[in-house]
Design a protein around this ligand. Structure first.
Ligand code: ADP
Length: 498
């Protein structure tokens, strides 16, 4: 049976949110106390009175008052002295001072000491109502801000991700427990301390520096993945880091927010999946090769003569097997790339000769398709620090794509130049082009654009992801510009070797 929820009860009279606003009137003139009390009672406030400052302070020490109406000129302790004590001991209480005509200077002094407002005698009920209403609005705003702060603090402290804010001087303004755990910090509260005291990882510190350097009119989110090995027994963790600057109304940088996520499990799962894919790709390649060999034996009529029909069927089967062999090779390349790119061998390479070799190698295929393949004269290029096989693979994938996705009569042009600290290689074609909404996806594994023109091109959707992985492992990048029906230009950028 469904459990009944407890009935919703009326708010408790002691509930702070529903408590009446309490006002204390401290004035030696009983007439003023009386008139104010009457009026404020009518408005629904809780009103108390004290005939002098000493009595008022004693009452304030006993219970909290939201507002105090405080006469400045009283026998015994002055209102100004009492104001000082109230402000230092009860900063949440709002004080409105009451002054005579002759004591306007005192009112100014009182405001300087933290009084919220003043009423000069004689004042009308309307004056009193106005100033008290203003004080209540102020109290509510303060309460709202403090509630909002408390809500934020509770939320941030209970997030499973790590959150840390610094000010513009890189001092820690906020850091939740998750953050301190993730960066393996075990010291005292880091609030107000330089961020280096909390964060030892140079990659995070560098992101904070970069975030603070982002121009005010630009938005930037900086990301990185780092490995943190806790001191002692703890296991190594892989942490995703995101860092953004935050700004004031005028877009001036005020500091940074850094968010950490433990992505160890996701990374491990990804590794297991990649290993599995690599294993399957590797295992099917052997049998596929053997099927191909046997088909070749039959096609070459070493096992007896074939009819035209049989040859046609076997020919089609061979094409499919070929596509499967390609798929398994590309899958293997990709997984090898992902696991081994970080420690592959790099050397100082001149890209010019590799470009010529690749252009020559692909020219036969281009010619067979009725395409012009041209390599623009390569100017003196600085060398790059790269893996030769990887570079050949990048170029081969881009040129093969350009040939595959360009119809007969078209042109594929390869060129290279220097762009600042980078060497840029461009492979441009006059082919089908890629629609704007597809451009974001073509670097995703297995993604292939499907339309009337591309459906006849055999592919795996792995060529561009391989290009992207290789470029990232070389601290470079790949870009594409394309217009449907006009053609595409793929550009790869590699940092020039120092
Ligand atoms: P594949 O070519 O094996 O399908 P890729 O990862 O190399 O896989 O390319 C992904 C998709 O991007 C292709 O399916 C194709 O639709 C599109 N594409 C790649 N290069 C070009 C190009 N030069 N011109 C037009 N489309 C291209």
């Amino acid at each position: 049976m469904a459990q009944l929820l407890p009935p919703i009860t009326a708010p408790d009279a002691n509930d702070a949110a529903f408590k009446k606003t309490s006002v204390l009137i401290v004035d030696d003139e009983s007439r003023i106390r009386h008139v104010c009390t009457k009026m404020l009672n009518q408005e629904g406030y809780d009103v108390a009175q004290a005939p002098n400052a000493e009595a008022g302070l004693a009452m304030v020490a006993q219970s909290h008052y939201d507002i105090i109406l405080l006469d400045l000129l009283m026998p015994g302790m002055s209102g100004l002295e009492a104001l000082g004590k109230i402000r230092s001991e009860h900063p949440d209480t709002v004080v409105i001072v009451i002054t005579g005509y002759a004591t306007l200077d005192h009112a100014v002094d009182a405001m300087k000491q933290g009084a919220f407002d003043f009423l000069s005698k004689p004042f009308s009920p309307q004056d009193l109502r106005l100033v008290v209403t203003k004080a209540i609005e102020y109290i509510r705003t303060l309460q709202d801000i403090s509630n909002e702060k408390s809500r934020m603090r509770t939320m941030i402290n209970h997030l499973s991700g790590g959150v840390m804010a610094t000010d513009i001087h890189k001092k820690v303004a906020l850091a939740n427990h998750a953050f301190m755990n993730l960066v393996d910090y075990r010291g005292p509260s880091p609030i107000g301390e330089p961020v280096q005291q909390l964060v030892a990882q140079p990659q995070i510190l560098s992101l904070i520096d970069q975030a603070l350097a982002i121009a005010p009119d630009q938005f930037g989110e900086l990301t990185d993945e780092i490995i943190i090995k806790p001191q002692g027994q703890g296991e190594e963790r892989i942490i995703g880091v995101r860092c953004v600057p935050f700004r004031d109304r005028l877009d001036r940088n005020l500091g940074t927010i850094t968010v950490l996520h433990d992505i160890t499990t996701i990374k491990r799962m990804d590794q297991i999946k990649s290993d599995f894919v690599a294993m399957v790709a590797h295992e099917i390649r052997g049998p596929l090769n053997s099927v191909m060999m046997q088909q070749k034996v039959v096609l070459d009529e070493l096992a007896g003569p074939l009819t035209e029909k049989q040859r046609e069927i076997l020919g089609r089967a061979s094409e499919k097997i070929n596509a499967l062999v390609n798929l398994s090779s590309e899958l293997l390349d990709l997984t090898k790339m992902e696991s081994g790119l970080a420690n592959m061998e790099k050397q100082r390479l001149a890209l010019g000769p590799i470009l010529s070799d690749q252009a020559l190698f692909h020219s036969a295929k281009a010619q067979a398709k009725g395409l012009t393949l041209e390599l623009a004269p390569v100017a003196q290029l600085p060398p790059v620090l790269a893996n030769r096989m990887n570079m050949e693979e990048v170029l081969s994938n881009l040129i093969t794509n350009a040939i595959n996705y360009t119809p007969e009569g078209g042109r594929v042009s390869i060129s290279a130049d220097t762009q600042g600290d980078y060497v840029r290689i461009r492979v441009a074609d006059t082919g089908f082009g890629i629609a704007a909404d597809e451009l974001d996806h073509i670097f995703t594994r297995f993604y292939r654009v499907k339309n009337e023109k591309t459906r006849y091109v055999i592919g795996t959707g792995l060529g561009l992801p391989i290009v992207k992985s290789i470029m990232e492992a070389h601290n470079g990048r790949v870009e594409v510009q394309s217009e449907e029906g006009k053609g595409s230009t793929f550009s790869v950028f590699l940092p020039a070797a120092k």
